[in-house]
Design a protein around this ligand. Sequence first.
Ligand code: ADP
Ligand code: MG
Length: 265
Amino acid sequence: MNAAVTRTAADAARLPLMLAELRLPTVKRLWPELAEQSNREGWPAERFLGMLLEQEVHERETRRLARARVDSHLPPDKGLASFDFAAVPAVSKAHIMALAEADGWIAQGHNLLAFGPPGVGKTHLVAGIGHALIDRGYKVFFARTSELVQRLQAARRDLRLPNELARLDRFDLLILDDLSYARRDQAETSVLFELIAERYERKSLAITANAPFSAWDEVFPDRAMTVAAVDRLVHHATILEMNVDSYRRRAALPARRQRSATPAQ
Ligand code: ADP
Ligand code: MG
């Protein structure tokens, strides 16, 4: 065998290990076929290398987004594409799209508050904005407020609260769903206040709640803390009032009418 061929075979044999070591799975998968094509068609080396690395960059971005979406705990099927803006005339689609494009509010740590009775689409809308932000490379975390409060309280008991808060701090947007369902008698909800105070003017919070601020005395340990929390939340905030009929109920109505229109057997 001639020396050049032996040399090429030896290089090729070492490649899979080196590519694994460098964490380049896409190059590792694609290079044999592309190298063959490149050799056959006499590509310049720049073209071969460029094409391989381009694929690696592309797939790395795809993997990163998929991971961010899993880490976010966002409800998977609640994107803005499936949100019917006509159902909530008080909410401007243009405004929501601007928020979804991170028109500065995320960078400035401003908040988003969505109020309204159950079933009007608060969770869907806020989750949809969360998904759009992930697409733009932001880190988002979605939590039911009562569950997050329980987790933070457990962390405090184990003296891990600073660690938990630091973990949440990595997220550009933290969504607290159903804040008004958190109850101070779960234990004491001052961890929630600490979270709000910690993020104030630094990192964004999005909150959904059935009850407006006046009912939040139920959520925080005392009146002064409620006032202080509301103060921080609304200081730089977009507030969406979604006082329409339940979308769930409206969606169910035509079906029910149809059923009742069918003659009884
Ligand atoms: P809320 O959080 O206000 O209680 P949800 O966001 O959970 O309401 O909405 C209830 C159900 O109705 C969900 O399945 C949601 O996807 C759907 N829904 C609500 N509003 C809309 C809307 N405007 N367009 C499409 N689906 C909607
Ligand atoms: Mg909800």
